[in-house]
Design a protein around this ligand. Structure first.
Ligand SMILES: [Zn+2]
Ligand SMILES: [Zn+2]
Length: 345
């Protein structure tokens, strides 16, 4: 099979190579990849700003069809349409493992970073990592289960929206890229009215947001955001602002927009230090929370949100390219005008 391999540490060092098709060991399955999304993390891996253990096939937002099942696996069948949780192994005994926060285990090994991932013809994973896609969710839409689970973890598990029925009346999502539009749908599913911020370069992403039913879209380069938000919220302002653009200016915007005692959730990586208005944080007693990757429970919620129609990931897939075209796909993802770009082997 063809596979996109990070061959060694250092900038670049991504190469399409021929690899042997994987076969499942006991307790494992192999699925034929139907689609694997290009994530911001993959761009950081390309730039050597995110640590992986090469040589490794990258790609962690993946879905496909089961083609081989190892000994001892029950409950899965050939032909099942599936996606795979990305945490492949953890220590199993640290406090994070014991509380279900496998994303934070210091020994965590993950798909597409330590273990061969989805930019390939086939993927081998432990059967325990497999989740079945709901019947009406296509493989391409299913490849976005991973980023959706990350958004669910941040919004519902880290800042606790929807827990005990709590949700802020209004939430701002800054950045209408794939992560932003997934966060917006999760916050809406949790009961919040969502206002999405973007720039003049986000026209097509705003169109996508409208298609997903979001009406409150603000171009921060053209409008006075504080005024418009006051108007949209009847003067209440926003208690939660989600930074999903991965840009320092967006984080600053979130800090200045959030209400006193509000929460800012940082979901994207920057790959470098970012200047932050610490005084604003102090003066308004803002809680700044980071969120990293996903937990097993957030994957189950993500599947449920897709299955129930509360979250629709398919419109977010705006480009499907053959794996051979990975380089152009990565460039397009970097240019940020698109929704999610998926590669298909
Ligand atoms: Zn990702
Ligand atoms: Zn652990």
């Amino acid at each position: 099979m063809k596979a996109l391999v990070k061959t060694q540490t250092g900038p670049g060092n991504l190469e399409l190579q021929d690899r042997a098709d994987p076969t499942p060991g006991p307790g494992e399955v192999v699925f034929r990849v139907g689609a694997t999304g290009i994530c911001g993390t993959d761009l950081h891996i390309q730039d050597d700003e995110y640590v992986v253990v090469p040589p490794v096939i990258i790609g962690h937002e993946t879905a496909g069809t089961i083609v081989a099942i190892g000994d001892g696996v029950t409950g899965l069948s050939l032909g099942d349409r599936v996606t795979a949780q990305t945490t492949i192994s953890t220590c199993g005994s640290c406090s994070f493992c014991e509380s279900g926060l496998l994303n934070l285990c210091p020994q965590r090994r993950w798909l597409g970073g330590h273990v061969d991932g989805g930019f390939a013809g086939y993927v081998r994973v432990p059967a325990a990592n497999i989740l079945l896609l709901p019947p009406h969710v296509t493989i391409e839409a299913g490849a976005l289960t991973e980023p959706l689970a990350c958004c669910v973890h941040g919004i519902m598990e880290v800042i606790g929206m929807h827990r005990d029925g709590w949700h802020p009346p209004f939430t701002v999502v800054s950045g209408p890229g794939p992560i932003g539009l997934l966060c917006a749908q999760v916050a809406r599913a949790a009961g919040s009215v969502v206002i999405i911020l973007g720039t003049g370069a986000d026209a097509s992403r705003f169109a996508l947001a409208r298609e997903l039913g979001f009406q409150d879209l603000i171009d921060v380069t053209r409008e006075n955001v504080a005024d418009v938000i006051r108007e949209h919220t009847g003067g209440l302002g926003v208690d939660v602002a989600i930074e999903a653009a991965g840009a320092p200016s967006s984080l600053d915007g979130c800090l200045s927009l959030a209400n006193r005692r509000g929460t800012v959730l940082q979901i994207g990586l920057y790959g470098r230090p970012a200047p932050v208005s610490v005084d604003v944080l102090v003066l308004k007693e803002i809680t700044l929370r980071g969120t990293f990757s996903s937990t097993p429970s957030s994957w189950i919620t993500a599947i449920g949100l897709m299955g129930s129609g509360h979250v629709n990931t398919l419109p977010l897939v705006t480009q499907v390219r053959p794996l051979e075209d990975w380089s152009a796909g990565f460039d397009a993802a970097r240019a940020k005008g698109e929704g999610k770009i998926v590669l298909t082997p």
